[in-house]
Design a protein around this ligand. Structure first.
Ligand code: PMP
Length: 439
């Protein structure tokens, strides 16, 4: 009997005892293909010798040194690397231990920035309906998923959510991508004007929407328009790349493909590839300068920030991605996966869409392919697919419709960047069987 409070209290889980490459093994010796990288985390797969060697070496050298007293080699080297490869304008790094912490830090950074520059009235946060930005209270308030938020009201931070959500793009008859980009960006401008530009602090959005809408990339020009609107009204653009960043979409940062740089960017999951809990916030020079000229510090901090083991693991993961040219493999295998999914599901009566970027791909399940009507959330199709997939030795990340929040069922695929074509083929075959068994 487990004494762990799992999120789903009545579920029991296999005991994972090992992992190698793209597979995880349970105590009964069963292998599971990790087709979701956990939750888009394990970008190098499991037991990568370069990373485990780096972790051993760092543990032998120095496991922990508090950042109020010391800086450390792995933290300095990782910060240099992240800034070297950052979107233009981002000049400094703030380390945290995960995605929600990164979003919390980003929000406080934006807030303190406006206090430092003498505009404390800029407090409003705008985000998008159905979005997910983490589970701590500030991040939860920022996310636009009502199902997750409802029971925690009143939330500590007041946020304002706009439509449309990208998940509905294909349901607008006759609308071009350009029209859609204009309409979606206009919703932001309208909200800024409604609230009063001088009251707005930041717009927060995922570059490619992950967990709640299912790997939905922005249409061409949307983010450029958003960037221009933020600049016009002095609003900070915070891009949350916790899930879609660090190579997952085929470029190190997803926003590179949109030709846009944020003022603040959050990263986590793939940064340390699951070898350590870690995240980071990248911030622009203007924000750093405001702190430097003002109070001289960022009014924030956690015990484990810049943890040497977390930074050593992240540095090793990033070394391997560079050394082995893995972003090219993400592009190649992402194209192969999309092709194979198209062959298997292209005419499936219950598949509404196959979409994504790089190795960040979702299959959307619908009750009716022509109308895109979704299954009743009470049927919990996504949970049944997860069960059927696990029974076939396949881990996929299922996302489900909720009665008043996220809509529709999806399966998210985010396998390790080291995957090869035969393993991609095995994923598609097992997923096909699991979907057919679940529906
Ligand atoms: N932002 C996004 C976009 C995420 O996908 C997630 C996690 N799924 C988070 C924030 C929160 O990250 P964590 O679970 O590490 O706190």
């Amino acid at each position: 009997m487990t004494r762990i409070l799992h999120r789903q209290i009545h579920n029991s889980y296999p005991l994972a005892v090992g992992g190698k490459g793209v597979e995880i093994f349970d105590a009964d010796g069963r292998a599971y293909i990790d087709a979701s990288g956990g939750a888009a985390v394990s970008c190098l797969g499991h037991g990568h010798p370069y990373v485990t060697a780096a972790l051993h070496a760092q543990a032998d050298r120095l496991a922990y040194a508090h950042t109020s007293f010391f800086t450390t080699e792995p933290a300095e080297a990782l910060a240099d690397r992240l800034i070297e490869d950052a979107p233009s304008g981002l000049s400094h790094v703030y380390f945290v231990s995960g995605g929600s912490e990164a979003v919390e830090a980003a929000l406080k950074m934006a807030r303190q920035y406006f206090v430092e520059i003498g505009k404390p009235e800029r407090r409003n946060i705008i985000a998008r309906r159905q979005s997910y930005h983490g589970n701590t209270l500030g991040a939860l308030a920022t996310g636009g998923n009502e199902w997750r938020r409802t029971q925690f009201r009143p939330l500590l931070v007041e946020t304002h959510h706009i439509d449309p959500c990208f998940a509905y793009r294909y349901q607008q008859p006759g609308e071009t991508d350009q029209d859609y980009a204009a309409r979606a960006a206009q919703a932001l401008e309208d909200k800024i004007l409604e609230l009063g530009p001088e009251s707005v602090m930041a717009f927060v959005a995922e570059t490619v929407v992950g967990a709640t809408a299912g790997a939905v990339p922005p249409v061409a020009d949307y983010l450029k328009r958003v960037r221009a609107i933020c600049d016009r009204y002095g609003v900070l653009l915070i891009l949350d790349e916790v899930m879609c960043g660090m190579g997952r979409t085929g470029t190190l940062h997803a926003c590179e493909q949109d030709g846009v740089s944020p003022d603040i960017m959050t990263i986590a999951k793939g940064l340390g590839g699951g070898y350590q809990p870690v995240g980071a916030v990248l911030l622009g020079q203007h924000i750093f300068d405001a702190f430097a000229k003002g109070t001289g510090f960022f009014q924030h901090g956690h015990t484990y920030l810049g943890h040497p083991m977390a930074c050593a693991a992240s540095l090793a993961v990033q070394d391997v991605i560079r050394r082995d040219g893995l972003l090219d493999n993400v592009k190649r295998m992402g194209a192969h996966l999309t092709r194979r999914l198209g062959e298997r599901f292209g005419n499936h009566p219950n598949v509404g869409d196959i979409r994504g970027r790089g190795l960040f791909i979702a299959v959307e399940l619908v009750e009716d392919r022509s109308t895109k009507a979704t299954f009743d959330p009470k049927e919990k199709l996504h949970a049944r697919i997860k069960r059927e997939a696990m029974a076939r030795g396949l881990m996929v990340y299922p996302m489900g419709g909720t009665i008043d929040g996220a809509r529709g069922d999806h399966v998210l695929l985010a396998p390790p960047f080291i995957i090869d074509a035969p393993m991609v083929d095995a994923i598609v075959e097992r997923l096909g069987d699991a979907v057919d068994a679940a529906i």
